[in-house]
Design a protein around this ligand. Structure first.
Ligand SMILES: [Fe+2]
Length: 146
């Protein structure tokens, strides 16, 4: 638990707001880490026509998911919330199912969090907007290549 001196240097949110925002960021973090694991799994295991292009594309997507997970985790830390990116947290907290989770579910869940963050913390909302913008751009690029 942070001492009162440390608390004084945290962004000006109420303690319960900080916890809720941290929780919403945490849920997004584990999804992004799960996505990056799925991305690598597919990167290694896909076979068939178009292999090379998809193999390389999956690595680009994975890099972007990893970068976003870093932005999300560091926003949580800035709020005084400890993000948990350990393997058990990914298994327990991410609702993504391997491979068939479908990228469409992620923006929907994140959009609900974005709305809630609009009431709590606009700076964290901006982080999740960046996540959504990237995921939707990725979806567009995938759609266009099908
Ligand atoms: Fe590789």
């Amino acid at each position: 638990m942070a001492g009162s001196e440390t608390q004084a240097h945290l962004p000006a949110l109420a303690e319960h707001e900080r916890k809720e925002v941290g929780h919403l960021l945490q849920l997004t973090l584990v999804e992004l880490i799960a996505l990056s694991l799925i991305g690598k799994q597919l990167h290694w295991n896909i076979v068939g026509p178009g292999f090379r292009e998809l193999h390389l594309h999956l690595d680009e997507l994975t890099d972007e998911w990893r970068e976003l997970s870093d932005v999300v985790a560091e926003r949580a830390v800035a709020l005084g919330y400890s993000p948990d990116g350990r393997a058990p947290a990914i298994v327990e907290q991410s609702e993504l199912r391997p491979v068939d989770a479908g990228p469409t579910q992620v923006p929907k869940a994140i959009r609900e969090r974005i709305e809630r963050l609009g009431d709590l913390d606009l700076t964290s909302q901006d982080v999740l907007i960046e996540v959504t913008r990237t995921l939707e751009k990725q979806l567009w690029m995938l759609r266009s290549s099908l």
